[in-house]
Design a protein around this ligand. Sequence first.
Ligand SMILES: Cc1ncc(COP(=O)(O)O)c(C=O)c1O
Length: 350
Amino acid sequence: MASSTSSFPSASRLALAALPTALEPAARLGAAIGAPNLLTKRDDLAGPVYGGNKVRKLEYLLGDAIARGCDAVVTFGAAGSNHALATAVYAKQVGLDCYAVLTDQIPTPWVANTLRWHCLLGTRIVPTTGFVESQAEAARLRAMHPTGPDKLYEIPWGGSSPLGSLGFVDAGAELAAQLAARRIGGPVRIYLPCGTMGSVAGLLVGLRMARVPATVVSVKVVPQHVVDAAAVLRLAGDICELLRAGTAPSAEDLAAHLEFRGEFAGEGYAIPTPECVEAVALARDLEGLKLDTTYSGKALACLVADARSGRLTGQVPVFWQTWNSRPYPAGLPDADISALPEAFLKFFPP
Ligand SMILES: Cc1ncc(COP(=O)(O)O)c(C=O)c1O
């Protein structure tokens, strides 16, 4: 199951994803917003069963868990976390048990089905109230783990450790090859949502290692004040340190190619904005793309605003579609939700 093209050959990376994901023109959407060169990067199809941006990180993280002899993983997120679900899907595929320590969130149209899918997979869901409490919960689970604390592998929020982020360093090399094949020499602007920062930071490093003249536009979707340009660059620096490659970019080079955008987050995590709702509808009606209003819709809203303001003139914009568009499993409506924590039953309408 070892994968062939890896930014970090000594890592125990698994081949879980369906790569490379397509880089496609989005001509109708581009024409409608004044960005005729618009391309989409179809990471929504990045996994055969469950797509989205998390599969790339999980190739490294689950590979590391197996290499360390673990038999289970624990990860974290909000109740409707795409990351926690992706972890559960692929952990099961490689024979690892999965604990998901989940916080409350505002309801979205997808939370109930995400939890139903967890129930089908047998994820052990543990409710928690916040970041600090979630770490204490993980420590408790480790201490109680039947085969011993060392057998429970911890995957951080969003999978955004330097190791997990290597999945997006590889994605940068993948995009560089696709741009070269299309004879696009720049300038390129790549828009993607920024939550726990690993996708943006890894992509930035990967593109700079490939010397692509691209700006990574990081669209913040979370309220935390700790998520900002400095934090993305710190993580990018940690990724370079892990790589220890002679070709690793300098801090100045990384900073010059990052644009951090905070103005599309709206009132908070998972709370839709009017711009985001419009962007989701445009993508659906003109390109048949499935976006969500927590992550991908906010990133596209930023791109649409930049196109309309003339900021993309002479540029090749790339919209990185990070949200899974693979269908739900057939048995989903029959999932037995009785083992869910009581606090999460509110997501299921009577
Ligand atoms: C659909 C989607 N897009 C983007 C992101 C953000 O990626 P990152 O956490 O690497 O910043 C997430 C994170 O959960 C996600 O689920």
